[in-house]
Design a protein. Structure first.
Length: 192
């Protein structure tokens, strides 16, 4: 089975994440997309990051109606700080019959050469790239690489930061997140 791993803090998950994940699964050779909820990105302020179990719960709620989209908490069990290469080694050992690929935005591809053991990742895994409006020129070594697949997906300009700020400003975010996620945010009084 071919699995695409879509990493993110999902703080919160929004319709943009689901549109991208669903598109990648439907319009590529991936059988499933696993949304890998990451414990903490060192580049993001921790104070705005909800606890792991709340973000995981929102992703479960968001994906209920999508049988080919799954949620994964695999990185919660790994030592921190964690690197993608460690997750890939761990998940491949846990699911040896699956073929894992990474899903990333074009902006991440521009800095992929800075990832720990990026060459080892490329040797063992495919990368599915979705477009961004504000991308820079892609490094030459990645342009026609046999393991890097650019997928012509819709460009979604919604961010979790925008959703959080909108909640704080008491705006209606219902069009931006699945209804069950909105209900959970409202019930738990998050991002106020």
């Amino acid at each position: 089975m071919k699995i695409g791993l879509y990493f993110g803090t999902f703080n919160p998950i929004h319709i943009g994440h689901i549109i991208i994940a669903n598109h990648m699964q439907q319009y590529s050779d991936l059988d499933e997309v696993w949304m890998v909820v990451t414990p903490h990105n060192p580049l993001k302020k921790k104070s705005t990051l909800l606890d792991n179990h709340h973000r995981l719960e929102m992703v479960y709620k968001a994906l209920e109606d999508y049988p080919h989209l799954k949620v994964s908490d695999i990185e919660f069990k790994l030592p921190q700080p964690n690197y993608t290469i460690n997750t890939l080694v761990h998940i491949q050992e846990k699911f040896p019959s699956h073929d894992f690929s990474i899903i990333m935005g074009e902006d991440n591809l521009n800095t992929f050469h800075k990832w720990k053991n990026y060459d080892e990742i490329l040797n063992n895994h495919h990368i599915y790239v979705y477009p961004r409006i504000d991308h820079n020129e892609i490094k030459e070594e990645f342009v026609n690489h046999s393991k890097i697949h650019k997928i012509d997906a819709p460009i979604v300009q919604i961010s979790s930061t925008f959703v959080r700020n909108s909640v704080k400003e008491n705006k209606n975010i219902l069009p931006l997140v699945p209804k069950k996620v909105w209900e959970y945010i409202d019930l738990m009084n998050f991002y106020k």
